[in-house]
Each structure stands twice: as structure tokens, then as C-alpha cells.
Design a protein around this ligand. Sequence first.
Ligand code: HAS
Length: 565
Amino acid sequence: MGKPKPKQQPSEKYTSKSVGVIKVDAKDARLVMAHMYVAFIALFLGGAAGLLQVLVRSGLFELPKPFGYYQILTIHGVLLGLILTTYFIMGFQVAAVSRTSGALSDNQRLISWIGFWMMTIGTVMSASMVLLNEASVLYTFYAPLQAHWIYYLGLALVIVGSWIDSMGHCLRWEQWRKENPNQTTPLISFMAVCNSLLWFVATLGVAIEVVFLLLPWALGFVDRVNVLLTRTLFWYFGHALVYFWLLPAYMVWYCVIPKIIGGKLFSDGLARLAFIMFVLFSIPVGVHHQLTEPGIAGSWKFLQVVLTMMVVIPSMITAFSMFATFEMRGRELGAKGLFSWLRRMPWGDARFFAPFVGMVAFVPGGAGGIINASYQMNQVIHNTIWVTGHFHLTVATTVILTFFGAAYWLIPHLTGRTLTKQLNRLGIIQAICWAIGMAIMSFSMHFEGLIGAPRRSTFSDYGGAEIAKTWASYQVAEAVGGTFLFIGIVLFLYIFVNLCLFAPIGEEEFPIAEVAPQAEKTPSILENFKVWIVVLVALILIAYTFPIYDIVQNSPLGSKGFKLW
Ligand code: HAS
């Protein structure tokens, strides 16, 4: 018997019409770089606010007047959690689609530019209000904290702008589909479309909250607001937001990392299945952020806890796929033992090293998430600084280190420069600095949270209470960790500026992996968005109709005849 025939090589199909498309089109590159500039300016300002914050929390530093702790915390959360991420992701997705499905048409690119400028005008409006201390409401903008109406209008523009921005690359993917009937679409383009769909459906909740509840209230058209309703609409969006951050990192893990290590993607079908599962289960789970809130029945909370456990599965699939990819490559290079593949990885390559550190961080980060989602255990950690530790491991390590690793090939690819040996070495030092800083800061936060320290508070808030003394040493450790992280940001920005302006002119590859020849055929149902949108809408209706009906019926603003909106 001869060797079994390879079942399918979807990667060959990706390139059927776009065989020559190995570079991002120059006009698309300009669009992507515009996103990157805003993203990394936000990184600098938001990172500086983060440093101030850990110093203030620990009592080592007092903010000069007129700055306040909540103002700095808002700058930090909005710039890093909302602006850096949204701009990087939109830009990255344009690049990924342009690279694998072909250049955007002039109209598609114009649509994206319009979205980009709307987002930017909105960002400037909201940021100005925060700087003027008119919107110190944190990135969650929980009512009854109220911001200036310009802040909310700015946020609305960012949201609507992001819809228009993402439309450009989604239309390009649709065009590829029409030009290549009955073919599996390029994996990373498909993933970008999944993420844009997830983003669109999730942001509907926060758009309704901002436009119909918070804005009229801030403008004085109504004198009250339904607090529970605003929080529920926020978290309808808020948990999907975290997967909107995570999925581009997964795009890099599935589609780019195998190529960087010289291997192949383990399975195209499994990768698509994971992304479809994220589309389905990211949204109907937001109530797990409200497990301690009155006004939502325990049974609905329980349902959303179960659905939260469903959204863990695609991350397990991803962990499995990544281990399989690494192992396959390690074995090709002669590795024999259970973990000896680890030794065969390209540890000296910052494009691999930074995302890999991010993957390792996701093991405790994900485990922490499962603890958070476990209904009873949530009572222990909710509103403690444990939660801050959790999201610094997930978004601020797993996701951001992958973005940094991606920037090391994406930026020179777009600017026509190369990642030199020195910059590559600096990238590795940067990732090590980040890992040390985050290990110190995030683990201190976890332990401090377990002994009851609240989040969103400073040392002076405790007014010398005895219990606060037991938290003090952790807070100093957090300040030390935070200082390492700020150094990490400065190092990254140094590399970024070099890759934009000073690195030698040359060709840097946008790596896209092929699928392993033994991979199973990708089922076409996975690309049938009509089916998935129906399932998604059904899940959202099941998870949210009754809780929202209950809130509207039973919360004081609804039942006593006050205006609801
Ligand atoms: Fe979370 C709170 C539950 C994932 C971010 N989360 C937050 C907040 C943020 C956030 C920002 O249920 C705070 C919001 C606020 O301001 O209040 N989270 C989860 C669960 C998961 C999860 C179940 N979170 C994330 C990700 C985030 C993120 C991802 C950002 C990107 N989270 C919660 C809950 C709360 C919460 C509650 C509310 C808490 C409260 O009460 O306030 C899951 O998706 C996690 C699944 C992940 C895994 C890990 C798989 C591991 C992989 C790595 C493979 C490694 C390799 C290399 C291959 C199961 C894929 C390893 C090599 C070696 C050598 C080891």
C-alpha cells in the first residue's frame, strides 16, 4: 500500500485567483498605517496613565491637582481597552484581507477611510472630555456616573465609524467569494469577517445604551436613567468585546505562527469551527459580569453561566490546534520526547517569541476566567482586584504581546522596511520585560483580590483601615510590575518608530501558513453565515429577552410610570 493521498489542501485554493497577492496593496497599506499610528499613540498615552495609576494606588505618588484618580483610570481604560484595540484590529483586518483576498477596490477603501475618520473625530471628542475631567466614568461608563454629552456622542461616532470601517474589508471578502464560486475562502479573511460580524452584533447593545439612554440623559432631555438596563446593555456588548480583542490574536496564532516556525496549520476546518463558535457564544453571556446584581433572576444568570462555559470550548480547540502545530513541526525537525518539540522552536525570533509568551499567559489567564464564570466562585472575586489581574493576563498579555509580535512583521511589510537583527533582539527583550512586569503585577493583583482588596480604589481610599495594611505590600509589587510594563511600552514604541522611519529599506514577508496536507476537508457549512446568523439571533433572544423584559417591567423607573428612556 502506498502513502495515503492528502485529502485537501485548502491553501492551494486560497491562492487560486490571488496567487500573486503576497503583498498588501500600497493604498491599503496607507489605510492600515493610519490605524496603526492612532493605535500606538493611544498605547503611549494610555500606558503612561497606567504607570501613574499603579503608583497612586500604592500610595507612592500623589497626582498633582487638578488630575484625579478616576480621570487617569478612565484615560487608561478608554485609550488601551477601546482605542488601541479597535484601531489595531480594524487596521490588521484590512491588511489580512488585502493580503489574502486581494486589494480593496477604490470604493471599498473609501468606505473604510470614512469609517476611520468618523472613529477619529469621535475619539478626539471623547478624549477631550476625559482630559477636561468632564467624563471620569471609566471605560465601562456605568450609570449613574454621568459624563458630558460630548463624551457619549464621541463614543457613538467611534462605534458607528467602526461599523463603516469594517464594511470595506467585509465587502472585499464577499467579492472574493463571488469571483471564486464553491471555493473555501482564505482562512484569515474569513476570520476577519467573523470578528467584524461579532463586533457589529455586540456593539448594537452599547449603541442602544449610548444613543437612547445615556445621551438623552446627559443632554437633560430626561432626568433619570434605568441603571440596570444600561449595565445589562453594556455587558451584552462587554463580554463580546473581549473576544473581539482575542480573535485577531487567534488569527495570528492559526495563520501566521505556523509559517514563522516553518510548519503548517494543523486543520483549517477546526480553526473555522472555533471562530464560528466564538460568533455564536460570545454575546449571550454578558450577564456573567452581573452575577452579583439584583434584578436579574438566578435562572437566567445560570443559563448564561452555562453558555459562558460553551465559549471556553473554542479556546480549548485553539490550545489543541497550537500544540498539534508545534508538535508536528518539532517532530519534522527530529524531536522525539513528549515535550522535546519545545526545544525546536525559533526562540530567537521575536515574531514567534512575543506571541508564544502571550499563549503561555493565557493558560493561567483562561483558568482565571473559568473561575470568574463559576457562579459561586464569582462571589469571592467580583469587584476585587483579582478581576483586574485576570484581564491584565488576558488582554494585556495574551492579546497585546501577540499584537506586538505581529507588528514586527506587519509594520515593515507596510512601510517597505525590514526588521533588523538589533530590532529583533530588542523585540525579545521587550517581551521578556513584559513577561516579568506582568508576572509581578498580575499575580500580586490576583492574591490581593483573594484577600478582599477592591478594584478601582487607591491606598488613601481605605483611610488607614487595618485591612488595607495587609494589601500594601501587594500594591508596591504592582507598582514595580507596572514600571516594567511601562519600560516595555517605551521599548516597543522605539521599535515601532524605527520600523516606520529608520530601519533599512527592504521586503518583509506577511507570513501566511499553508494547511497540513493530511487535514480533513473543510465542511462548507462553516462558511454559511446565513445559518449561523439565525442560530446567533436565536441564542441572543433566548438569553436576553426575559431578563430585559423583567428589568423593564420591574425596575422602579419602569413600574412607577417614570420615563424609561
Ligand atoms: Fe474574562 C472579566 C470570564 C477570557 C477580559 N474578562 C473580564 C474583564 C475583562 C476580561 C476585561 O465569568 C473585566 C471587565 C470589567 O471591567 O469588569 N473570561 C472569562 C472566561 C474566559 C475569559 C470564562 N476575559 C477573557 C479574555 C479576555 C478577558 C480572552 C480579554 C482578551 N471574565 C470572565 C468573567 C468576568 C470576566 C466571569 C467577570 C468577573 C466579575 O465578576 O467582574 C474564557 O474565554 C477563557 C478561556 C480560555 C482558556 C485558555 C486556553 C489556552 C490557550 C493557550 C494555549 C497555549 C499554548 C502554549 C498552545 C480555556 C488557548 C502553551 C505552552 C506551554 C509550554 C504551556
